[in-house]
Design a protein around this ligand. Structure first.
Ligand SMILES: Cc1cc2nc3c(=O)[nH]c(=O)nc-3n(C[C@H](O)[C@H](O)[C@H](O)COP(=O)(O)O)c2cc1C
Length: 319
């Protein structure tokens, strides 16, 4: 396993906010609990040592499953992780973040086209004459098996099911993007529902790293990609009181009608020009852009994410 780079704090709460992020504006007292909840949310990275009751989990999962979903196909699977040893394993494989193991409930949102494609194959859909030429690329050899016949499990299809015809499409990048949209929207509904029930959560982007290890860990077939992970638990008192991080000014985030390019003379206003909270820039970085470049963009952990996502894409494409 790749060692965590020294400059990556294991608990990212310690990371300074981008300098220009102002404190969140105080909003007037609202008579709307949903908006109040959305405006006051923040990531929670430390949890009380108590489990999440089943009835609470039910509500969170039911809320996630009511999310909008492309074509109502529900192109995702939610994998619950509660086993202590498996939570610990995830805390290591997701860039050495110990708080992950402390979360009593972990949800992994898997963008999933395998379920539908296996069903298509099972029902003989890809073998239909002129079948479904609406989407994916023509595969070189078919992702489920090669040519006509019976699936032998190559590529993750259910062994013994009929295979696709040579000309039939298999899930392409567009299907992956749709499935990721579905999975992420469901994840955010779960996060909001959890918060409404008094829980706290934190996304873990590092689930996209170490693809081969996660594939093994979750027994993932090729057309299933773990795009998001949420740690969920009861927030500690200190976490409840933690200040909400700021955000960029709305004028830089919300545009009208067209993409808004940011002018260089606006950079200081957008990103700030000096470190805040007494946190110095990384050694060798002379300004905030260089600091973030070193810390987030060219860092070794991003190299792993790039490599891992590339490997997942190759697997999805049947390469
Ligand atoms: C896609 C994504 C990946 C993230 N990955 C991590 C992570 O691996 N570890 C972590 O501590 N926080 C992670 N976060 C949480 C962000 O750090 C957090 O949302 C951001 O700092 C803003 O803080 P807030 O959520 O409290 O407003 C992630 C958030 C998102 C949306």
């Amino acid at each position: 396993m790749r060692p965590s780079p020294a400059l990556e704090a294991p608990n990212r709460e310690a990371e300074p906010d981008p300098p220009a992020h102002p404190d969140p504006p105080a909003h007037p007292a609202l008579d709307n609990q949903t908006i109040e909840l959305l405006l006051s949310r923040k990531s929670i990275r430390d949890y009380e040592d108590r489990p999440v009751p089943e009835e609470v989990k039910d509500l969170v999962l039911a809320s996630a499953m009511r999310s909008a979903t492309a074509g109502n196909m529900m192109l995702y699977q939610i994998i619950e992780v509660e086993d202590k040893r498996r939570r610990e394993a995830l805390s290591h494989s997701c860039d050495e973040q110990p708080f992950i193991a402390k979360a009593p409930w972990i949800l992994v949102f898997v963008a999933d086209f395998q379920r539908w494609y296996d069903y298509f194959v099972h029902t003989g859909a890809p073998a239909m004459e002129g079948a479904g030429r609406s989407g994916g690329d023509l595969p070189a050899g078919g992702g489920v098996g090669e040519g006509e016949g019976v699936n032998v499990g190559v590529g993750g299809g259910i062994p013994g099911t009929p295979v696709t015809s040579r000309n039939a499409p298999t899930p392409s990048e567009s299907d992956l993007f749709l499935a990721m949209s579905d999975a992420l929207i469901a994840a955010q509904s779960a996060a909001t529902a959890a918060e409404a029930l008094g829980l706290g959560s934190c996304y873990i982007g590092d689930i996209m790293e170490n693809y081969e290890e996660q594939r093994e860990f979750f027994s993932l077939p090729p057309w299933a990609f773990p795009v998001a992970m949420l740690t969920i638990g009861w927030p500690t008192q200190a976490q409840k009181q933690r200040k909400q991080p700021g955000r960029f000014d709305r004028k830089f985030i919300v545009a009208k009608e067209r993409y808004r390019f940011i002018k260089p003379e606006e950079y200081d206003e957008l990103f700030g020009s000096s470190p805040t909270k007494g946190a110095p820039f990384l050694p060798g970085a002379a300004n905030y852009g260089q600091h973030v470049w070193k810390k987030k963009f060219s860092n070794a952990f991003m190299d792993e994410m790039r490599r891992s996502v590339r490997a997942a894409l190759e697997s999805w494409r049947g390469q």
